[in-house]
Every structure is written in C-alpha cells, then in structure tokens.
Design a protein around this ligand. Structure first.
Ligand code: ADP
Ligand code: MG
Length: 465
C-alpha cells in the first residue's frame, strides 16, 4: 500500500523528518543516534518518496544497512502512510574514513561539525556562523551560568582568562551550542580569525587520512601553527585512541604555548573519562572546568519560548509548561517535542492547544516515563564503571566496587519506588541499613563532589533514554 501525503512545503517535510528523528532518539543509543541518524537531513518529500541527504557514502550505507527498517516503520507510525526513501549524498564527501584501532561498528566517522572533508587540512579555515547556536539564543539559568559566563569571557578576550576552557555535561544540554556561540562571537568581531571547530572524531579521521597520504605535516601545520582558536567538541571520543591522543597532546601544547585559545567539550569531567591519558587530563585542568547541569523548570520553559519564537511556532504558556514539566533531562528532546507538536498541528491544520498537546504527546511521555528498575540501574552502573553486575551484588569492599555499588543503591532508591529492604535484597541480600548508609553517603558527597554529580548525571541520562 502506497499513499501520498498532504505535506505541501519543504518545511513540513523537515518537520516530519525531525519528528521521526525525535521518536527514534528515544529508541536508539545516543551515540549511535548522533553518529548515524542526526547527520541525515531531509531534502524533499514528493508524493510518497522522502529524499534524504547523508554527508557521505559511508553514513548512507550504514544507515541503510542498519536503520532503514526502523525509520520506515517510524514514518508509518507518525503519518499512517507508507513511504519510500531515497538518498542524495553530499557531493563533497565521499571518502570512507578509516578508524585508528577499531572496526566500523565501534568507530564510526565523525558527525556534527562544520569542518569539511578529510582533506580539510589544506582548506582555509571556514567557520560558519550558525544562527541557532548564538549567545543570543542561549537561555541562561542556574544549571549553565558558569559555563555560559566562561564561554562569554573566552569569546570576549580569547586566551586571556580561561585557557583551556573545558565544558562538560550530559547529552543535549547545550555544550555544542556554547562552543559554536564562542566561534560565532569571535568571528563576528574578527572576520579573519582562523577558527578550527571540529569534533575529536573528525580530528582523528583527518589525522588518519593524512597519515595515510603522507601529508601529516600539512595536518600539523594547520592545527598547530595556523589556527588561532581551537574549538573541539566531544573530546571524550579520543580516549583510548593512543596515537590520536598523542597527536592532540602536541597540538594542545603548541597552541597553549603560543597563547591561543582552546575550548573543549566532553560528556564527563576529565577525571571520569576512561582511558584518557593522564597528561591530557592534567592539561584539561589547567584552565577552567565548567559544568552544565540539567536545567530547572523555569529555564526549560524559557528555552521552549525562545525556540518557539525563533521557529515562529505559536504556543501558549500552559503548553510550554506542560512540555517542560514532562521533559526534564535533555533540551534536545524538549526542542524535539515542540517540533513534533508543530509538525502534527501543521499536518492536521489545527492550533496547538493544551488539549491537543497533551493528547498528541501522551505516547511520547509514556515512552519517556519510567521503565527504570533496579536491574536496568545495575546494568547501567556496571557498564559505566566497567565492572561486572555480579560485583554490585557481592560483598567485596574494595573502593573500585563499593563506590559503584553505593551509586547503584542510591539511584535505585531515587529512580524506583523500591524500599530500602527491597533494594538490599536485590544487591545480594544486604541489610537495609547498608542501603541507607550508601544513600546518605552519596547524598552527602553530592554537595561537594562535582565529578560525582557529573557521573550521576551521565548515568541518569543514559537510564532515561
Ligand atoms: P550537547 O552538545 O550538550 O549534547 P547541544 O548543544 O547540541 O547539546 O544542545 C541540544 C539542543 O538544545 C540544541 O538545539 C541547543 O540549541 C539546545 N539548547 C541547549 N541548551 C540551551 C540553552 N540554554 N538555551 C537554548 N537552547 C539550548
Ligand atoms: Mg554536542
């Protein structure tokens, strides 16, 4: 069965695609989502054919092999129609990236940067100002004010106050936004500033390609000598990639020694990034480390209002409050819910009333509502700390085990309705007083230990996906 849909404008097609992406972002692990789905954009929708564009052949093929069925299914669910999908490929990028020490599955190519192809080392620096990612469109609240103030200070006077600036926080909380805002603000003041804005994966892929083609000097010249400002997103990806870390270490030193600004983002505090070399870890702490936490309700509402006015979507305060009350941990998701509402309202040609919003988003809220139980928490905590689930349940008192165990107990109490004795039972039959003291200890530490806050943030976010 094939039907055409009454989507008339490209804008509607974009909305539809964003809507599908939003739903899938809840079903696919965030890293995979960011790598394989986020870079794909909608080009057109003609009758029943949705034309997508992938940044390169590699991503297209990977998408088709792994995600096409689930995307088609999602499209059908959202619209109740059957679609075909075809692809265009960004003509500039067709080469397959290599990975340093892993297979295609575990080391996908980079996404989400506006640096160009693998031969970018010889290209001029080209930082594109992205109108959505400016300081003006960033809502400041208690959760992000330090990171924001530091980013502004860096943009005002690069390499004077905080060098490097290291911004960390969970998925979808505005790290890339701030990083781009710094680049844009500098570019606005100084159009010829040589700003390298690049994800650490892209850096790795470029590095490998230059090794392969014996043009490493060109690469080094670009990042160590030519560039004025290095904005590197998601530095955690180079952890464990020894040669890339080494290359980055020398890049860092060259830039730092000649007083050029470095800004890094990561999903964790430097100390929490596994397999990151100590000499990098130390350097990341030379300047300022600023975290971004989950925003409070007022900030979430303010962000929704800002986004809706930017996108010319008209929503009332009560609708904004409804969305912000339900979606707490991820601003990308919050934004996605707004786009989803607007998409469906536009397809049905109805205004976004409170009633419409709550009925439309019911499934979405249910999906993101708690499916979390103690098993899932134990699994995630064990994965995060790289220990066995059985370690959480045994009696070992070594700190490497007892600390994750206390965290898992604390999260079980916080995120499920289980009682202390029940939790004790599920951690290998421990007494309820053990659980209580674990929870108390973690609560107390939370007041003073930023890296613990970041750890919990990351795990909770992972759990709520
Ligand atoms: P991260 O890089 O931390 O995963 P992003 O910077 O990509 O997150 O942010 C996800 C989305 O949320 C972006 O569209 C961004 O504009 C938006 N966003 C995050 N924080 C804010 C904020 N404080 N004000 C406005 N928009 C925000
Ligand atoms: Mg990001």
């Amino acid at each position: 069965m094939t039907n055409s849909v009454s989507i008339e404008t490209l804008n509607d097609a974009h909305f539809l695609w964003e809507n599908v992406l939003l739903n899938l972002s809840n079903k696919i692990r965030p890293h995979n989502f960011d790598m394989w789905l986020r870079p794909i954009v909608c080009r057109s929708l003609i009758e029943d054919e949705l034309v997508l564009e992938a940044p390169n052949l590699y991503i297209k093929e990977w998408f088709e092999d792994n995600y096409l069925p689930i995307v088609l299914e999602e499209l059908q669910q959202v619209t109740q129609k059957t679609f075909k999908i075809s692809f265009e490929i960004d003509s500039q990028e067709t080469s397959l990236p290599l990975s340093e020490n892993a297979t295609r599955e575990t080391e996908p190519p980079s996404v989400g940067t506006n640096a160009t192809s693998s031969s970018a080392a010889s290209a001029p620096f080209h930082f594109e100002i992205h109108s959505r990612y400016l300081f003006d469109s960033f809502v400041v609240g208690p959760s992000n004010q330090l990171a924001h103030a530091a980013a502004r200070a860096v943009a005002d006077l690069p390499a004077s106050k905080y060098n490097p600036l290291f911004i960390y926080g969970g998925v979808g909380l505005g790290k890339t936004h701030l990083l781009c805002a710094i680049g844009s603000a500098i570019k606005e003041k100084k159009a010829n500033a040589k700003i390298a804005y690049i994800s650490s994966e892209k850096f790795m892929n470029e590095y490998i390609n230059h090794l392969r083609t014996n043009t490493i000097d060109e690469f080094r010249h670009r990042y160590r000598v030519e560039c004025d400002i290095l904005l590197m997103d998601d530095i955690q990806f180079i952890a464990g990639k020894d040669r890339t870390q080494d290359e980055f270490f020398h890049t860092f030193n060259a830039l730092y020694d000649s007083s050029r600004q470095i800004v890094l983002t990561a999903d964790k505090y430097p100390r929490e990034i596994p397999d990151l070399e100590d000499r990098l870890r130390t350097r990341f702490q030379w300047g300022l480390i600023a975290d971004i936490q989950q925003p409070d309700l007022e900030t979430r509402v303010a962000i929704l209002k800002k986004k809706s006015s930017m996108d010319h979507i008209s929503i009332d305060d009560d609708v904004a409050l409804l969305l912000a009350t339900h979606i707490k941990s991820n601003i990308r998701e919050l934004e996605g819910s707004l786009i989803r509402l607007a998409a469906i309202a536009s397809l049905k040609n109805v205004p976004i009333t409170l009633e419409f919003a709550s009925s439309t988003l019911k499934d979405f809220f249910n999906q993101s509502a708690s499916h979390i139980n103690i098993d899932i928490i134990q699994k995630e905590v064990a994965r995060f700390f790289n220990i066995k689930i059985s370690d959480l349940k045994n009696a070992r008192r070594h700190k490497l085990i007892s600390y994750p165990r206390q965290i898992a107990m604390y999260l079980s109490r916080k995120m499920t309705s289980s009682s202390f004795p029940e939790i004790g039972q599920r951690f290998g039959g421990k007494d309820h007083t053990t659980v209580i003291s674990a929870c108390k200890k973690i609560e107390k530490l939370l007041n003073s230990d930023a890296s613990l806050r970041s750890t919990l943030d990351t795990i909770e976010k992972q759990l709520s996906l």
